[in-house]
Design a protein around this ligand. Structure first.
Ligand code: BES
Ligand code: MN
Ligand code: ZN
Length: 492
């Protein structure tokens, strides 16, 4: 889909569909809708009076060949209550409109922005919503349904100078779709080395430096925690390292380390998971893919800061050589870990990933992982759980998320949680000896491998994929956290 800005009047655009939105408490005679209402001879007011156009969230009111307009259709999408309208809703609304019209064969859209959002970032959110709605999940269907998607979308009514915002939307949304596409791959189609190949191809195209550590180098380095997880699998592990080092980066300036969990399939290992729902564990690589996609977008947007992504990738399988409960692993940092449950594997591979990012020069760390079922209990599929070691740094991240239109929530990581992760035999154990707080005890474990650098941990277990299609997005990987991470890199 090609997305562009246009200054054409909504009355004369000849798109297949002109899209705009109405608020619940809005009289359609207000704002941008007033002009459309007048042009159509009062149709919108009439529909409002009859109760068909109420502005309720994601209500779709479609007019065909509206008299007075050149567009073949007019779609008025319900935007809900005005005071609840935020970037999240604007993006979703645009996506829902695109999916609704795609199903009806529209090829060329025009999206009319209106008050209260006509600034450059509004154009960015709309463009992103439209582009994210494009991806479908039928890759392995031999007969594709309705492949002819929307060809172009013109955004009307944007503030002057929205061009760079649109370019930002493109870079981010295309990277999110790149991530979603890979994250949707089943584990037999995407192994750890397969993921490394996809990363290599991406880095080549984006002009990023990449280094893929194979099992030999992983062993020479001494990443015993990652190797422990990988032992049960016939597929060798990889550590994918992607570097963005712009000439404007100040020598001695901050270096952002992005560490992502990429378990291409999590059976639980010897502490095997129940079979019901186990197929979802092909998404257990979303943290790693998030970081690779963030690098892809950063390469296009070029913030003036050095960024290094470190993605440990492996399967978690039972097998004759697999680690067993009670085994002790030597992590790269030198800390020893007693593995009491082989299903708590994400924290093991991240332990080595975090330490390696620090050795490569990271001064600030962010990790992302589908780490715990406990975060799903706490926040459901609504918010990303955010943990941090420095209040100011964490605040900056949470503010960035809000501005970027992603729902994220601060979670605690007090020292008491760490106490529950201490092993009588080794330095740490990989599951808690206490009750509850599973997302926080996991975070406390990770913090032990950050060497006290400013660090943020994102638990995306509840938000990395959608179990059911939403009006604005198909079922599958969501691409969550990428846009916040890209914006955050620009703030360091
Ligand atoms: N990949 C899972 C976490 C997960 C759960 C992701 C649900 C997405 C949805 C992780 O490796 C895991 O198995 N965690 C265990 C940890 C436990 C054994 C301490 C969990 O949360 O149950
Ligand atoms: Mn697990
Ligand atoms: Zn896992």
């Amino acid at each position: 889909m090609e997305v562009k800005l246009e200054t054409t009047s909504p009355l004369v655009t000849d798109a297949d569909a002109l899209v705009t939105f109405a608020f619940e408490e809005n009289n359609p005679a207000q704002g941008a809708l007033a002009e459309l209402d007048r042009a159509t001879g009062g149709r919108l007011k009439e529909l409002a009076a009859s109760g068909e156009l109420t502005g309720k969230w994601l209500e779709m009111v479609l007019l065909h060949y509206p008299a007075g307009l050149q567009a073949k259709r007019l779609l008025v999408v319900g935007a809900g209550k005005r005071e609840k309208f935020d970037p999240v809703r604007l993006r979703r609304l645009a996506g829902a409109a695109a999916r609704y019209l795609k199903a009806r064969g529209a090829k060329r859209l025009a999206f009319l922005l209106r008050e209260p959002r006509q600034d450059a970032t509004a154009a960015q959110f709309v463009a992103e919503g439209l582009l994210l709605a494009e991806l479908d999940l039928d890759k392995y269907k031999s007969q594709k349904e309705n492949r002819n998607g929307i060809e172009s979308a013109a955004i009307l009514g944007a503030a002057a100078g929205a061009g760079p915002a649109l370019e930002r939307a493109r870079a981010i949304a295309e990277s999110e779709n790149w991530a979603r596409d890979i994250a949707n791959e089943p584990s037999n189609q995407l192994t750890p080395s397969g993921l490394a190949e996809r990363a290599e191809q991406m880095a080549r195209e984006a002009g990023l430096a990449i280094d893929v550590l194979d099992e030999k180098r992983i062993e020479q380095l001494g990443m015993g925690a990652l190797l422990g997880v990988a032992r049960g699998s016939a597929e060798p592990p990889r550590v994918i390292v992607v570097t963005y080092n712009p000439p404007q980066a100040k020598p001695g300036g901050p270096v952002l380390g992005l560490v992502g969990k990429a378990i291409t399939f999590d059976t639980g290992g010897i502490s095997i998971k129940p079979s019901k729902g186990m197929e979802k564990m092909k998404y257990d690589m979303c943290g790693g893919i998030t970081m690779l996609a963030t690098m892809r977008a950063i390469a296009r947007l070029r913030p003036p800061v050095k960024v290094i992504a470190v993605v440990p990738a492996t399967e978690n399988m039972p097998g004759g050589r697999a680690i067993k409960p009670g085994d002790v692993l030597f992590s790269l940092s030198g800390k020893t870990i007693e593995v009491l449950n082989t299903d708590a594997e994400g924290r093991l591979i991240l332990a080595d990933g975090l330490e390696y990012a620090r050795r490569l020069g990271a001064t600030h760390l962010v990790d992302a992982a589908t780490l715990t079922g406990a975060i799903v209990v706490a926040l459901s599929t609504v918010n990303v759980g955010v943990f941090g070691s420095r209040d100011e740094f964490t605040r900056l991240f949470l503010d960035t998320a809000r501005e970027a239109g992603e729902r994220m929530w601060l979670m605690p990581v007090d020292d008491e949680y760490l106490e529950m992760m201490k092993s009588p035999l080794a330095d740490l154990q990989n599951i808690s000896s206490g009750d509850g707080g599973g997302a926080s005890t996991a975070a406390a474990f990770l913090r032990e491998f950050t060497a006290d650098l400013p660090w943020i941990h994102l638990d995306i277990a509840g938000t990395a994929w959608l179990d059911d299609a939403k009006p604005w997005m198909p079922k599958g990987a969501s691409g969550v956290a990428i846009r916040t991470l890209v914006d955050f890199a620009g703030k360091l």
